[in-house]
Design a protein around this ligand. Structure first.
Ligand code: ADP
Ligand code: DP6
Length: 325
């Protein structure tokens, strides 16, 4: 039987999404902007005609528990209802990215699920509508529908909160990902951002500042001004982590090796290699650089980290439909 899989690539935010104004609809408190990466992705297939009497979800060949399956089931309702489908689904997904480790598996995972459900349901949503629906699975998945630099516009309602491609990033841009720890984190992004919005006194300052960063980074992308792009990226990521430190209880995803990696980035800059770091809800450090400098940067990091902790990524594409036998 021919089975259609959909592949979606992860994206790393340069201007972060950290907070919702509506939990149910996943409407963000601010707009964000990311770079899709080619090195990490998810492949997912959905079948509504499978011989299963309840939704059945395999991730990396492991049957998932009730909680994980329910999250996927709820999301699939967004396709089943408008398509008039009442049957249960068989979902098979493989993450070519560590799951729940701050390497954006939720973005590629939910975008691939949205793409696969779009095919299987016959809804055939266009990319903009698919981005809008992917948002309901995970905010960052909104951006993984597209390749290159992508902006998720916060919108005014659920109907206009979706991603738009900004630039295909086919210039000299790359990322060296430093995998400090690939294990599952104890506090999910969802939980972490919720508590930050509710308790951090720094949150109002974040909202004001990130809106300004977004305007400036879009100008830097338009001008292909790498230094400006990097400076805004590093500053925006640190400000997001600042909001978490102000939360009650305080939240930090950093590990000692995260700080080692950040210091090395500063050192490389002093030596004249332009590179900038950003971090998400996890201890791993992503180094934004010129792709042409990435081998040199990786070599320097290999003096401190193991080779298998270092992954060079190029800008990645949008959703892809794969056919396999
Ligand atoms: P990460 O930093 O990896 O994005 P999060 O805590 O934000 O971590 O999100 C992890 C969650 O994303 C998982 O618990 C699961 O709900 C969802 N997820 C990850 N991979 C997949 C997948 N392949 N299919 C469906 N959902 C996924
Ligand atoms: C720090 O998209 O995983 O990576 O919408 O609750 O599923 P939910 O959260 P998620 O959060 C991503 C947070 C981030 C920043 C970003 O990707 O913009």
């Amino acid at each position: 039987m021919t089975e259609k899989k959909v592949r979606a690539y992860t994206n790393i935010a340069l201007i972060k999404y950290w907070g919702k104004r509506n939990e149910e609809l996943i409407l963000p408190t601010s707009s964000s902007l990311s770079l899709t990466l080619d090195a990490f992705y998810t492949e997912t297939s959905v079948s509504f005609n499978a011989d299963v009497d309840q939704d059945t979800f395999y991730l990396n060949d492991h049957l998932q528990d009730t909680a994980a399956t329910q999250k996927v089931s709820r999301f699939l309702q967004l396709f089943r209802e408008p398509a008039g489908i009442s049957s249960s689904a068989l979902i098979k997904s493989t993450n070519f990215v560590p799951t729940a480790a701050g390497l954006a598996s939720s973005a590629s995972g939910m975008a691939a699920l949205a793409g696969a459900a779009n095919l299987a349901s016959g809804l055939d949503l266009n990319p903009r509508d698919l981005s809008l629906v992917a948002r309901r699975g995970s905010g960052s998945a909104t951006r993984s529908i597209y390749g290159g630099f992508v902006e998720w516009q916060m919108g005014t309602t659920s109907a206009d909160s979706y991603a738009v491609p900004i630039d295909d990033a086919s210039w000299d841009i790359g990322m060296v990902v430093v995998v400090v720890n690939h294990h599952e984190k104890s506090i999910s992004s969802r939980e972490g951002m919720k508590n930050t919005v509710a308790t951090s006194p720094f949150y109002a300052g974040w909202l004001e500042s990130t809106a300004k960063d977004l305007i400036e980074i879009k100008e830097a992308i338009r001008l292909q001004d790498f230094q400006k792009l990097g400076e805004i990226t590093e500053s925006n990521g640190m400000k997001m982590h600042g909001t978490m430190l102000g939360a009650n209880p305080p939240l930090s995803y950093w590990e000692p090796d995260s700080v080692v990696a950040m210091q090395l980035v500063r050192q490389l800059r002093k030596e004249g290699i332009p590179c900038y770091f950003t971090m998400d809800a996890g201890p791993n450090v992503k180094v934004l650089c010129r792709l042409s400098d990435s081998a040199k940067i990786k070599t320097r990091f290999a003096e401190v980290f193991q080779n298998d902790q270092l992954i060079v990524a190029k800008p990645g594409p949008g959703l892809q439909v794969l056919t396999s036998n």
